[in-house]
Design a protein around this ligand. Structure first.
Ligand code: SF4
Length: 369
């Protein structure tokens, strides 16, 4: 049973002043008919089944003005707290819903080299960045990931690796590298493993047949070797959070894993996201009307590095949610990105001119870590 959801008919939830007819909080109905309001998202689990791209002449067309002529909202980078490295979009599996459409054949984002990443790490170090996050695709498919991890850990960054913990991580040479890194840098290195559900049936409904046992094997290995591990699950099957956490707890106990199912940072549960529906645009007035701060947006504290297939150089993009959008490329260095000043950018600030900005961030509370 794939983890699917359909959206509720339009509703006017934000019934305040001018927003009465303009904002609809994203909400979905799961298979049991239970309505859920989308409250957050994460790279391990974010799903945008059909992404609405900016439309010519319609909403999200003019970087500076919304369709109704109001000034579009922007988000400036406060501090580069987390730098995400997309190691490449290839993955060893194909999930039913993957926000980045990773698969064994999707190489739209090429493998970054360790040398390319090193240049960004040096820039990030100067900027006081705290954390480097590695994502994909499956990061362990990139043959140079071990070198990248060594570089990042050696520079003193906190390092987070998002992985399915399957065969790419379990190859003997990779395990050897990881053991050496964990011996030296255990306090800095964390692995976040995607385990979509605590049952084999629903995990495999999302991630494909024969994915459960291999991921459990990977988790067993990580636990046996004293890695710092978090679990990324989904809450898209109509269960209460309490039931989901109880299910994970029982699984952890049966496997002898020392994870805390009630700690939201160790067992991170993310809602399914659906990017296929119409959303309002975000104006500067929305911050005060919605009681939100631009500083709480992911792009106020992070950037992501990608390298498009065939591109000569990597590119900086504002966040993990816009990996394929050429209009949101900010330059080939972090310094370039800080100066980006045309199109979607204003002196390094991001103009929120994409449906994801509205649906997943301003209205949905998206975060990546
Ligand atoms: S989707 Fe838009 S608002 Fe959200 S983090 Fe990315 S650039 Fe910022």
């Amino acid at each position: 049973m794939p983890c699917t959801a359909r959206r509720l008919p339009p509703r006017k939830i934000y019934e305040r002043g001018d927003l009465r007819n303009e904002f609809e909080r994203p909400a979905v109905v799961d298979r049991t008919g239970q309505a859920r309001v989308i409250a957050g998202l994460n790279m391990n689990a974010l799903t945008a089944t059909k992404v609405l791209a900016p439309t010519d002449g319609g909403k999200f067309s003019d970087p500076d003005r919304t369709l109704s002529g109001q000034t579009r909202a922007q988000v400036a980078l406060n501090r580069l707290d987390t730098l995400w490295i997309n190691t490449g979009s290839l993955c060893n599996i194909t999930c039913v819903n993957c926000y980045i459409e990773s698969s064994p054949s999707n190489d739209r984002l090429a493998y970054l080299s360790a040398e390319e990443v090193r240049a960004f790490l040096l820039e990030a170090k100067s900027a006081g960045t705290r954390e480097i996050g590695f994502t994909g695709g499956e990061p362990f498919l990139n043959a140079q990931l071990g070198t990248m991890l060594e570089d990042a850990l050696g520079m003193g960054f906190q390092v987070l690796v998002l992985t399915n913990a399957m065969q790419p991580m379990l190859r003997p040479n990779v395990k050897k590298q990881l053991l050496a890194l964990n011996a030296r840098y255990r306090d800095l290195l964390s692995m976040r493993v995607s385990l979509d559900h605590y049952t084999e049936e629903l995990h495999e409904a999302e991630r494909g047949k024969r994915t459960w046992a291999k991921t459990l094997e990977g988790l067993d290995w990580l636990v046996a070797n004293n890695f710092r591990v978090a679990i990324a699950g989904r809450t898209c099957w109509g269960e209460t959070e309490a039931k989901a956490r109880a299910g994970y707890k029982a699984l952890y106990e049966s496997r002898g894993w020392p994870f805390d199912a009630d700690d939201a940072e160790i067992t991170v549960l993310f809602p399914e996201m659906d990017g296929s529906h119409d959303v309002p645009e975000i104006t500067v007035a929305c911050w005060s009307i919605l009681g939100k701060s631009p500083d709480s947006m992911m792009c106020a504290s992070s950037r992501m590095i990608v390298k498009r297939k065939g591109a000569e150089l990597p590119s900086v993009v504002p966040c993990t949610l816009l990996p394929y959008e050429p209009a949101f490329e900010m330059g080939s260095t972090l310094a370039d990105a800080a100066r980006a000043d045309s199109g979607m950018f204003d002196h390094g600030a991001i103009k929120l001119c994409h449906p994801h900005c509205a649906k997943f961030c301003v209205l949905g509370g998206g975060s990546c870590s």
